[in-house]
Design a protein around this ligand. Sequence first.
Ligand code: ADP
Ligand code: 5GP
Length: 188
Amino acid sequence: MNHLLFVLSGPSGVGKGTLVRELMREDPTLALSVSCTTRAPRRGEVDGREYYFLTEREFRSRIDENDFLEYDEHFGNFYGTPRSFVERQLKEHNVILEIDVVGGLNCKRMMPEACVLILIKPPSMEALTDRLGHRGTESPEALRGRLSRVKYELEQEPLYDYVVVNDDLARAKRELQEIIKRENRKGE
Ligand code: ADP
Ligand code: 5GP
């Protein structure tokens, strides 16, 4: 069977990280691709778990080594998907990746056969603003930056393979599990 790269995209605060944790808990065979970033860790974030936290110099040298499947700059920091990890894991497992829409579309361009793009949408803008506020991890300025990108991200919906509304967490998780099953069956 060919293994697949499931890319979850959507606005910051929509619940991607929460959904990914739930999916991994129930299917430990899924491999999570941990991205690299130059942004500072938030409280509670662990190097190698949420991200690999690199200096800008380290990040640039990995760009030079062609070590990213895709990378981008957000809010003044670099973020990138480690190519070698994804390619290695895909030999054995489905891989799950949580990145923004531009990154997702770039992954599809790089790996059109393997990549399944899933856009996670909030039930409403109010719910999204609440979730980001409650998470309590962003400064007011960082919060504004993240919210200003939402419209753009949601406009990319037609380019995505699936759209899942994260209203009720358990329901959204089940929908994602169905998508993963359906896509795997196609490759059997
Ligand atoms: P992202 O990874 O997309 O930035 P997070 O997974 O960090 O988003 O979720 C942002 C906040 O919203 C967290 O506090 C999380 O607990 C909460 N959250 C996630 N999904 C739901 C949901 N379906 N209903 C209510 N709150 C949610
Ligand atoms: P945050 O700082 O909130 O963790 O992430 C900021 C933005 O960077 C989010 O939209 C997130 O999806 C995106 N991001 C995280 N990892 C990657 C990656 O590997 N590549 C790209 N292009 N964007 C990423």
